[in-house]
Design a protein around this ligand. Structure first.
Ligand code: UN1
Length: 501
């Protein structure tokens, strides 16, 4: 089946007429569909449509825009299992997790819908008599949205829903590896717009342009008529986007890499810490920007905990995520698996690190049809080794020994990233010290590094981003401009700073 782009309210072929195959990463014989390989011409058309639509969409009352998002949330909810099944087929993580991914989209839809009735401004008194000052939010304009494959539903919704409720129009380029999920999402948004707006439907509010980052992503980033860019992906690509988009002073929000660590202190509940690290390191096959890729163990519990962990990891069941009794799905692609294996080889060659388990392709029986990799643990890892510094984005955990909380925090902080972090301790003083001293956008106490909730600010410090957050209330600042208004009803010219002082 061939899918198309949505431009100006119409499903249209890419101007290249070329399509890209989308296959199941657990079974490469399973072809999901053909998706457009679009060009900069398609991006131009989408941007033009979004620009025209903006002049009408910005005038639709925000609560009405919220009504559309409420309906989008309802539709996602009623189709949750069906959509999750197709998402697992498309990108590999297990069904329970793709259901969670859709739920995150539903939560974001309802949050954004209710924000349509808030979008609060601030008022302040004037320094002059008979004069009123107020300020309110206006939309920014046309947004370009470039999203990854690991949360093919949640991450696009984090961006598109707040952007839409604020009155912006959208040009959306999803990851090449997960176009079907994006198609379903955009189809639902467009249907909901038609149902709520009826004859007042505005074509071009949301445009979907499939294709390669190097072509479609570049064209969006450099487009002179796009006002803002929101991107989630690698730090290398984020830096490039910031440079290109910065040249035309676009507003840019970047959610980039992570090298997240879980600390386990000697007073921690070890069973709990064990459940958390299994979930954090091997959930989504380690392909989350919040995944636990370093485990920092207090020396007093190091050996015992590592034994418990190894035993559990070796029992994890690999397979197609839509089958029952599967704990871990495949990696998303051959390229991704080769990259993980490259890092495992680097780890083995690096001084002193020791492979405890895993470290190879999983190819028994049906697993040979997909991009499976055995869950992998390294021990005796030094904090400065490459496997402890660079984002691997796969099921590889580096275990580091520590002798104190201070040292553990300094190891945790000692990378160029700062997204998620976790500390297991039952000592309340240590917990609060860690909360204060950890340099990361997200810190969990007695919880895994993954599992952020949609109504809280999501993002990180250092090279994890450029200071913006997604989710929660803060994202509404990214998608709006502040307008300050002064209303003078004195009937005379009152000069601020001059007539009153
Ligand atoms: C990501 O890894 O890119 O906190 C997003 C979590 C999820 C979102 C992850 N709610 O792990």
């Amino acid at each position: 089946m061939k899918y198309n782009n949505l431009i100006n309210g119409q499903w249209v072929k890419p101007s290249s007429e070329l399509y890209i195959e989308n296959k199941n990463p657990a079974n490469r014989e399973d072809l999901i569909g053909l998706f457009p390989s679009s060009t900069s011409d398609d991006v131009d058309k989408a941007v033009n449509a979004a620009r025209q639509a903006f002049e009408k969409w910005r005038l639709v009352p925000a609560p009405r825009r919220g009504d559309i998002l409420k309906l989008v949330g309802d539709k996602l909810l009623s189709r949750k299992d069906e959509i999750a099944f197709e998402m697992t087929r498309e990108m590999g993580k297990v069904f329970a997790e793709t259901k969670g991914d859709v739920q995150e989209g539903i939560d974001t839809a309802y949050y954004a819908a209710s924000e349509g009735r808030r979008l609060f401004g601030h008022n302040a008194p004037s320094e002059l008599p008979n004069k009123m000052n107020l300020s309110f939010r206006v939309p920014v304009g046309v947004g370009g949205f470039i999203t990854p494959w690991n949360f093919p539903m949640a991450i696009p919704t984090w961006k598109l829903f707040p952007a839409l409720v604020c009155g912006n129009t959208c040009v959306f380029k999803p990851a090449e590896l997960t176009p079907k999920t994006a198609h379903t999402l955009v189809e639902i948004i467009d249907e909901s717009m038609r149902e709520v707006l009826g004859r007042d439907y505005i074509p071009g509010v949301i445009n979907l342009v499939h294709g390669k980052g190097s072509v479609v992503g570049e064209a969006i980033t450099g487009h002179s008529d796009i006002d803002l860019i929101s991107f989630t992906g690698s730090t290398a690509v984020g830096k490039r986007i910031n440079q290109v988009a910065g040249a035309s002073l676009k507003r840019v929000s970047l959610e980039l890499g992570g090298k997240n660590a879980q600390i386990v202190m000697d007073d921690a509940n070890l069973e709990l810490a064990l459940d958390a690290v299994i979930w954090g390191a091997f959930g989504t096959t380690g392909q989350r920007c919040t995944a636990t890729s370093r485990l920092i163990l207090h020396e007093k519990i190091h050996d015992e905990f590592l034994n418990m962990l190894t035993e559990r990891v070796q029992k994890l069941r690999l397979g197609y995520g839509n089958d029952k009794n599967v704990d871990v799905g495949p990696l998303v692609s051959e390229e991704q698996r080769n990259n993980v294996h490259k890092y495992v080889k680097i780890g083995i060659e690096e001084d002193r690190a020791e492979l405890v388990t895993g470290g190879e392709f999983a190819e028994d029986g049906d697993l040979s049809k997909g991009w499976f990799y055995k869950p992998t643990i390294f021990k005796n890892v030094r904090p400065d080794m490459r496997i402890a510094q660079e984002e691997i984005f796969g099921p590889v955990l580096a275990v580091i020994k520590t002798s104190s909380l201070d040292e553990a925090i300094s190891i945790l902080n000692g990378t160029r990233y700062g997204l998620s972090s976790s500390v297991f301790t039952n000592n309340v003083n240590d917990a609060f010290r860690a909360i204060r001293d950890i340099k990361a956008g997200i810190t969990y106490i007695n919880g895994a590094t993954i599992g952020a909730e949609a109504h809280m600010p999501f993002g990180g410090v250092k090279e994890t981003g450029n200071g913006h957050r997604e989710g929660g209330w803060t994202v509404y600042d990214f998608y709006t401009e502040w307008k300050a208004v002064y209303i003078d009803y004195s009937g005379k010219l009152q000069r601020a700073q001059i007539d009153n002082y």
